[in-house]
Design a protein around this ligand. Sequence first.
Ligand code: AMP
Length: 285
Amino acid sequence: MIVVNSVSGLRGKLDTLKPSLLGFVPTMGALHEGHISLAARAKKDCPVMVVSIYVNPTQFNDKEDLKNYPRTIQSDIRLLKKHLRKNDIVFIPDDREIYPEPGTRKFSFGSLDRVMEALHRPGHFNGVAQVVSRLFEIVKPDIAYFGLKDFQQVAVIKSLVRQLSMKVRIEACPIIRESDGLAMSSRNRLLEPDIRRRAPVIRRTLIKAAEMINTKDIGGIRDYVKKTIELEKDFEVEYFEIADDEKLIPVSDRSEMKRDKRYYGCIAVRAGRIRLIDNIEITLA
Ligand code: AMP
């Protein structure tokens, strides 16, 4: 495994290696099995991959969140060493490498800009699009791997690639969970022990909500999700929506759901000081 910190170092290595197919896994570090699952997919598909570790300031709408975001570079490198091959590259740039000029690119994602994460984290997806478009220009991957944990982000990235006519294939990979059902996330390590212990209520409630789709109306399901999770002290539901996986337009009645589309129940919860997101596929019987 090769570690590089600069764009020129990365390009130099890639120009020598000239892989027939290049995989790319962008991350913000504090790596866990969710990230490793993306690298494992890249390893299967591509003879060489780049894993980037960069905490992108432009996607944080909350300064405290940026300040507190876990940074564990040494253990990240140790973990990656166990999973990456000789010619795989870990790219750990600093702000000057990614933004030699301040990030000013403005993107528009239509309906994706008006729902769920976009509503609750203003500017977040513009920041994501700034860093991902920049990373795609630097790395020039053939296939890039993203986790469905960040469900709306996958739709945004697909839209970004279409808008910029980029030649990269986007692969969406399943959510990896802790044994108690909590979706793995770098932020989980920031949860206070008592909150961490109770956090699986999110997954449990989503499973119940998915089962209820055939017997209850959507308003009733939303009430159930909010009430059940908020029974836990210090848990607050920011939103719960059932939306399709392309335009992500939330449905308010089951009759709006079309059989040829896929739907997901998407949730954001404030658990103490930490914001957690998760989702579940919802299928009509
Ligand atoms: P992050 O470091 O949180 O920006 O995440 C980097 C990539 O890993 C994103 O594509 C995430 O969707 C993905 N990811 C994060 N957590 C998980 C998980 N539990 N399962 C699968 N992919 C994940």
